[in-house]
Write a protein that binds this ligand. Structure first.
Ligand code: GLU
Length: 439
């Protein structure tokens, strides 16, 4: 039986969770899930000076928000624990003794160096193809320190030991580690281990082609919720950064991504981060939500702006579901449906004034709408047609001034929906208000 697939995400908790890291985690997670394998979270926190508790928490929060659950790791434990490198010194000492016994390390200036085998080492990367480093050229590939003079171990050593100890079958990580891998292969061979398969995924660039760094716009996963993104959208967007679905379709749920994902379809060239595209993907996910789910997602954003969502919020939110790209846009989009004091767009008002007959239009609308029996979108629209007839204009010409009177805006939800949600009294009040303003 083939080994069960085991992948790991191995972040160093030195900053917040970066989109590049989240994408690595996602690809590892997708690969494990697709193959019925296991996904392990390992915290590479050996650099005491740079690790922070906040950074650790940001990793957990980000992973949880994205829905990337781990089978082994912090909190859940597992047979290969502990999953914090800072707690694994005994394991590293044991492996270091193997190198000593095999005469592969020697002391130099207080530190311990690993003796490379002087030969070419070729790796077969699942994304990048063949990469060879020729260790016969000693000046370019000096023996590397594995244990510092203070007794601490270097990244390459602990990283390799843990991949062996945790029986990782597929190392999927950023391309910045590609050139480290031959070193890792040398260590694995010296330790008598079996190397995992490697897949190095292309870096993420800013729109201008520079490398995306921690300080760049859109870099921190933790910023996305408060900017109005939903997690499935960011997951979808991250998947498209470096992976090609090989179809026209671009919008996928986590389940769909799991079915489709393959390392063969990971692109070789760097991925460009495009904030506009990310917002578009978010919009597509918002559109696909049920009205109930959309309202539940939008509610906290509305409450944060001190708006009362009120009893008919599912319908209110549904009215703008097609109009927003980010959940942060919902409060301003629904304000006129929730409160009578709403801002009036001056340009829209000017346009109504320029029509010349605004006050008459409002008067006719008020009269016709006041007589509607049962208030529905249809009966209200019929009344608008009546008003237009009485005034001798086309019904279409009434719509814009009416919309402005009801919403203060030039665009927005369907007028029938607005009329229904506002009800007769509030609609009439707003029409009368604008009539007075125009008279
Ligand atoms: N801690 C390393 C990093 O964050 C892990 C590299 C790897 O995945 O092997 O870059």
């Amino acid at each position: 039986m083939a080994d069960i697939v085991r992948t790991r995400f191995a972040p160093s908790p030195t900053g917040y969770l970066h989109v590049g890291g989240a994408r690595t985690a996602l690809f590892c997670w997708l690969y494990a899930r697709k193959h019925g394998g296991q996904f392990i979270l390992r915290i590479e926190d050996t650099d005491e000076a740079r690790n922070t508790e906040a950074a650790r928490q940001a990793i957990f929060d980000g992973m949880n928000w994205l829905g990337l659950d781990w089978d082994e790791g912090p909190d859940v434990g597992g047979p290969c624990g502990p999953y914090y490198q800072s707690q694994r010194n005994a394991v590293y000492d044991r492996y270091f003794e193997k190198l000593v016994a095999a005469d592969r390390v020697y002391e130099s200036e207080g530190a311990w160096r690993f003796r490379f085998e002087r030969k070419p080492v070729t790796m077969h990367d699942l994304v990048c193809g063949e990469v060879t480093i020729d260790y016969r050229d000693e000046s370019n590939t000096p023996d590397m320190v594995v244990k510092r003079s203070d007794g601490s171990y270097v990244f390459h050593f602990v990283n390799v030991v843990d991949d062996l100890e945790m029986r990782i079958t597929h190392v999927i990580r950023g391309e910045d580690h590609l050139m480290n891998t031959p070193k890792h292969l040398q260590l694995i061979e010296a330790l008598g281990g079996v190397a995992p398969a490697y897949a190095h995924i292309p870096l993420i660039q800013n729109p201008n082609g520079s490398k995306m760094s921690k300080r760049d716009q859109g870099a921190a996963v933790g910023d996305y919720p408060r900017q109005g993104f939903v997690a499935p959208a960011l997951v979808n967007f991250l998947a498209l950064l470096g992976w090609s679905p090989k179809t026209e379709e671009e919008i996928f749920s986590l389940d769909e991504l799991t079915q489709r994902f393959s390392l063969e379809a990971v692109n070789r060239s760097p991925a460009r981060f495009d904030a506009e595209k990310c917002a578009w993907v978010n919009q597509q996910h918002l559109l696909r939500m049920s009205a109930e789910d959309f309202a539940a997602a939008a509610r906290p954003y509305v409450e944060k702006e001190s708006l009362d969502p009120g009893p008919q919020f599912v319908a209110v939110a549904a009215a703008v579901q097609e109009k927003v790209r980010l959940l942060t846009e919902v409060p301003e989009a629904v304000r006129f449906l929730l409160e009578d004091a709403f801002p009036m767009d001056e340009a829209a008002l000017e346009k109504v004034k320029a029509g010349g007959n605004g006050a008459a239009v409002m008067g006719a609308l008020h009269e016709a709408l006041a007589q509607v029996g049962e208030w529905t979108a249809e009966s209200a629209k019929a009344a608008i047609a009546t008003a237009a007839g009485a005034l001798g204009v086309k019904a279409g010409q009434m719509m814009f001034p009416l919309r402005v009177s009801l919403s203060g805006k030039a665009g927005g939800p369907d007028l029938g929906v607005i009329l229904t949600l506002l009800g007769r009294d509030r609609s009439l009040q707003r029409i009368e208000q604008l009539r007075q303003r125009l008279s």
